[in-house]
Write a protein that binds this ligand. Structure first.
Ligand code: PHE
Length: 464
């Protein structure tokens, strides 16, 4: 017995769910960190260029492939490659995506679990006092929490439970419902924090840092980092947007929705920088090259501002919400494979796949606890090749996603055929004025640009 395939309730449902997938730890954590490393303005401009020239066209390609075939990534290539050059070998792109979803979720939800610990601490009224004493917080988080496999396991499992619970209830009843509640709250908290940061003395400095580009100061690797980050942040290259697109109604416009999702994702990433840099510059802090800044440095600063205790709680709630709508989309990719190709029921798929991934996550949590170089360890950053945890992120962000994105661009640009892509992009949209521009980007610009990243990673130029 196959259940009827899920669908979003409308265009808004799709946009909220897809924006929920895109907006996550990548925006609130990785992007500010990378922007700081690359000294601001120029990197922001290069990132925006990567989103416009590569991210937008590839997201349109993924969504159109999903909606055209109404299948998970594996099924989509199975259907769409029929009688086309390359035939079934394209299916491996779908498998790569499902595999990447599995891997990313197994470490992403461990980091997401950290925010739950902070929310709990803040509810218990313990986070404020801890944050007032930077040394104590450092000891608590780095020496205590990160080394405590049990504690991390519990919060990771809790986060996986929330994720499985959402996917379990289906496209409309679970994923969309969660996004409809969390995304508006997330935007509201974000807005509050931006207004708040505008009152801090470091705001002007932050704005100059972000919007006054000086290319001389950016590392040459910034171009490549910006592109990898665009893939990660927009949830591209692993069939996530393809899967969400497969639940989209034919009455909705793909080009318009994709533009809005990309704009929202980029806006949130930049606002996250505005918030964090205003606060950091207010106190003249140097960000150390460590991922723990979000959990060690920022709280000690946030708590000193008026209303600090409250702001801190809000801050981690924001991060948890953003991460949850992303982990949901990761699990949905893996589950949709079991539902479409193995003909499992949705409930069985969500529970089984969720459980298997959770077990891998537990191994990651323990491997992190066992790792010695934690204080300058950056789980979601480029230099994180320490331990299993870092290796997984390195592999995903620098290999799986760019390679997946490159192949999607080749498939949709060169194999799928002009008529098919045009029909799908114009369905629910009307005549698409920018179609030729999109086709040029997807056939030439995106593959060449992404190909450049892949080659540079192979040559190791980026990581020296
Ligand atoms: N886009 C998410 C983020 O920015 C991460 C993600 C990647 C989610 C790939 C789904 C697929 O945090």
């Amino acid at each position: 017995m196959t259940e009827p395939r899920g669908q979003w309730s409308g265009r808004m449902g799709f946009i909220l769910a897809a924006a929920g997938s895109a907006i996550g730890l990548g925006n609130l954590w990785k992007f500010p960190y990378m922007t700081y490393e690359n000294r601001g303005g120029a990197f922001v401009l290069v990132y925006i260029a990567a989103v416009v020239l590569v991210g937008v066209p590839i997201m349109m390609a993924e969504v159109l492939l999903g909606r055209r075939t109404r299948r998970c990534p594996v099924g989509a290539y199975l259907v769409a490659s029929e009688k086309r050059p390359g035939g079934r070998t394209w299916v491996s792109v779908g498998y790569l995506g499902v595999f990447a979803g599995f891997v990313i979720l197994s470490y992403y939800s461990v980091v997401a679990g950290w925010t739950l610990d902070y929310i709990l601490l803040s509810l218990l009224g313990k986070l404020g006092p801890l944050a007032r004493d930077p040394a104590a917080l450092q000891t608590y988080f780095v020496d205590g929490f990160l080394h405590n496999g049990w504690q991390q396991t519990i919060f990771h499992l809790l986060f996986m439970g929330l994720t499985v619970g959402s996917v379990y209830f289906g496209v409309k009843g679970g994923i969309e419902r969660v996004a409809r509640v969390l995304m508006p709250v997330l935007f509201a908290i974000m807005l509050l924090l931006v207004i708040y940061s505008a009152t801090t003395p470091g705001f002007g400095h932050a704005m100059r840092f972000l919007f006054r580009p000086s290319f001389g100061e950016m590392h040459s690797s910034g171009y490549l980092e910006a592109m990898g980050q665009a893939f990660f942040s927009l949830s591209l290259g692993m069939g996530c947007m393809l899967t969400y697109g497969s639940y989209m109604s034919s009455n909705s416009s793909i080009p318009r929705s994709v533009l809005q999702i990309c704009a929202l994702d980029t806006l949130i990433a930049i606002l996250a920088c505005v918030i964090m840099f205003s606060i950091i510059f207010s106190f003249d802090l140097q960000i150390s090259a460590s991922a723990t800044i979000l959990f060690t440095t920022l709280p000690t600063v946030l708590v000193q501002l008026p209303g600090g205790n409250f702001v801190i709680g809000l801050f981690y709630l924001l991060i948890a919400f953003a991460a949850l709508t992303s982990t949901i989309s990761l699990l949905e990719v893996v589950s949709s494979y079991a539902i479409d190709e193995l003909h499992w029921s949705r409930r069985r798929a969500a529970l089984t796949m969720g459980a298997v991934i959770a077990v891998f996550g537990v191994l990651n949590a323990w491997s992190l606890g066992a790792s010695s170089a934690l204080s300058n360890f950056n789980p979601l950053g480029k230099s994180s090749t320490t331990g299993v945890f870092g290796t997984l992120d390195y592999l995903s962000a620098n290999w799986f996603l760019p390679v997946g994105g490159f192949l999607v661009a080749l498939f949709v640009g060169w194999i799928l055929g002009r008529r098919t892509s045009r029909t799908e992009l114009e369905e629910g949209h009307g005549v698409m004025a920018g179609y030729s521009l999109w086709r040029f980007l997807i056939r030439f610009v995106a593959p060449l640009a992404v190909g450049a990243i892949i080659v540079s990673v192979i040559l190791g130029a980026e990581y020296q």
